[in-house]
Design a protein around this ligand. Sequence first.
Ligand SMILES: C[S@@+](CC[C@H](N)C(=O)[O-])C[C@H]1O[C@@H](n2cnc3c(N)ncnc32)[C@H](O)[C@@H]1O
Length: 258
Amino acid sequence: MTDPVIDFYDTLSPFYKENMGWDWVAGLKREAEVLTQFLNRRMESEGPYKLLDCTCGTGTQAIGLALHGHTVHATDLSPGSIEEAAKEASTLGAQMTFGVANYFSLEESISDTFDVVLSCDNSIAHCVEDGNLVTAFSSMKTRLTSGGLVLVSLRDYAPLIEEKPRFTSTHVEDRPDGRRLAFQVWDWEDGDRTYRNHQFLIKETDGEYNVHHFETRLRALRRDEMLAAMEEAGYKNIRWHTPEESGYYQPIVTAYNK
Ligand SMILES: C[S@@+](CC[C@H](N)C(=O)[O-])C[C@H]1O[C@@H](n2cnc3c(N)ncnc32)[C@H](O)[C@@H]1O
């Protein structure tokens, strides 16, 4: 049986950087700078740190953090994303290791433990079923050293659960090789808990427009359910950090394996 999440990211990964609408390399360096400063404030010891990015995708956080001097092992469920990330790491000269792993069962694929396990850019919202969050956070905890930190960033869903937007994240970019447009359509289901996220990328080539469509299911995670799941997974000192506090573009949740 194929996994719809793997299908989604294997198909999307070659387009991922185009879908973002910003200079990806500049962005990954900026993200690494912000995350490193944040980690230096949250960790008891000085960096550089030994990090596991368990949802690295094409490497947006992992590659920048490796270039920043951290020791990074980067994993993801999608082999296609890992392939793209490894290519980018080699192009950018980042020394790091990669592997395919499911964040519900990291202990099956990774034997090492890390100072920090991170999962950024709403990857956790793929926990669509009740109980998934506790399984994912427990699995991440098995890969942490004693005193290690888990760091998870996600969309701020509180206003979105209220508004239930249908249309979001638009951008238009006029490139020398043609225009790019990207937007998402959200189909809400199961009350306010899950939605089908349709991502559209429209590429212009020689005046012709081609539409690429990718679809996945996500859960609009509430702050209280994130914190409760971390508590159930046995973490200590669980904290929610706003973008104003962390400097990162999404809310971050951190907690310790103590
Ligand atoms: C929105 S992308 C973010 C990727 C990367 N962190 C970034 O910012 O570009 C979400 C990633 O989570 C990964 N993912 C989803 N479910 C997963 C799971 N169960 N185990 C590991 N990775 C998963 C996807 O394959 C995808 O690469």
